[in-house]
Design a protein around this ligand. Structure first.
Ligand code: CO8
Length: 257
């Protein structure tokens, strides 16, 4: 599939989706949203794909929503057309998605990275929610997902001052799972995605669903949800195979059944 604002490729069971609007530092416009949604839907349907890596360029993962596209909207345009809602399709992708972030991840760019399941950052990554400097606030989940990731103090600091944090600060704060040298970024993310894709698909999807549920519910409900999923995995052939392989001291051969 060829797109105007994206590059896509597959490496084994991993799909790599690269934001590709270099002249605008990968600013997120409506074409990016439509194309990204389409690419993700295609990979979601493709049984050969077990995980997705979403990345940008060395200079920018994405420098935010496209300010030039937004600047002339009035309240009624923004509210009635709700130009942001389409992005939720990325957050609701069932297969694991890793954000591989180099350079700027600002505004909608930071929010897009946070819609992914975890973020691997290059040493050059810079995260921020600078919307306040434009007279608005985060609109694609930043005030909620950033706060859950880094806590109130840092989220308030970033949202209200508009300052950026570097990769080291983002890792300390819990926004980023790993930091790697810029030249290792894609390989590190693809290796992590390939490892995920090598595990039984049902267990992977349930693991993602269970962790994601912790953001939506109480501890008691979350624990019950986890327990039901855990129990249900004993109905799979891959649970039998995984545990038999451990006991027999051999590598498992999973069938995704
Ligand atoms: N939108 C549109 N164009 C952009 C954006 C953007 N967010 N960011 C950069 N560009 C463009 C610049 O206009 C410039 O284009 P041109 O060459 O035609 O003038 C080109 O990219 C290169 O940018 P700079 O020359 O500014 O590059 P620098 O290296 O000097 O600076 C920065 C890099 C610091 C990243 C700077 O470009 C910047 O501050 N960008 C804006 C960051 C920002 O404010 N982001 C938040 C946007 S608002 C938002 O994301 C709201 C999200 C909620 C709604 C989501 C719906 C999709």
């Amino acid at each position: 599939m060829s797109y105007e604002t994206l590059l896509t490729e597959t490496r084994g069971a991993v799909a790599i989706v690269t934001l590709n609007r270099p002249k605008a530092l990968n600013a997120l416009n409506s074409t990016v949203m439509t194309e990204l949604t389409d690419a993700f839907a295609g990979f979601a349907k493709d049984d050969a794909i077990g995980a997705i890596v979403l990345t940008g360029s060395e200079k920018a993962f994405a420098a935010g929503a496209d300010i030039k596209e937004m600047q002339s909207l009035d309240f009624v345009d923004a509210y009635v057309n709700d130009f942001i809602s389409g992005w939720e399709a990325i957050a609701s992708t069932r297969k694991p998605v890793i954000a591989a972030v180099s350079g700027f991840a600002l505004g909608g760019g930071c929010e897009l990275a946070m819609m992914c399941d975890f973020i691997i950052a290059s040493e050059t990554a810079k995260f921020g929610q600078p919307e306040i400097t434009l007279g608005v606030i985060p609109g694609m989940g930043g005030s909620q997902r950033l706060t859950r990731a880094v806590g109130k103090a840092k989220a308030m600091d970033l949202v209200l001052t508009g300052r950026m944090m570097d990769a080291a600060e983002a890792e300390r704060a819990g926004l980023v799972s790993r930091i790697v040298a810029p030249e290792r970024l894609i390989d590190e993310a693809v290796e992590a995605a390939a490892k995920i894709a090598s595990f039984p698909r049902a267990a992977v999807l349930m693991g993602k669903e269970a962790v994601a549920r912790s953001f939506e519910t109480t501890l008691g409900e979350g624990l019950r949800f986890e327990r039901r999923l855990f129990h249900s995995l004993f109905a799979t052939a891959d649970q039998k195979e995984g545990m038999a392989a451990f006991v027999e001291k051999r590598k498992p051969s999973f069938s995704n059944r």
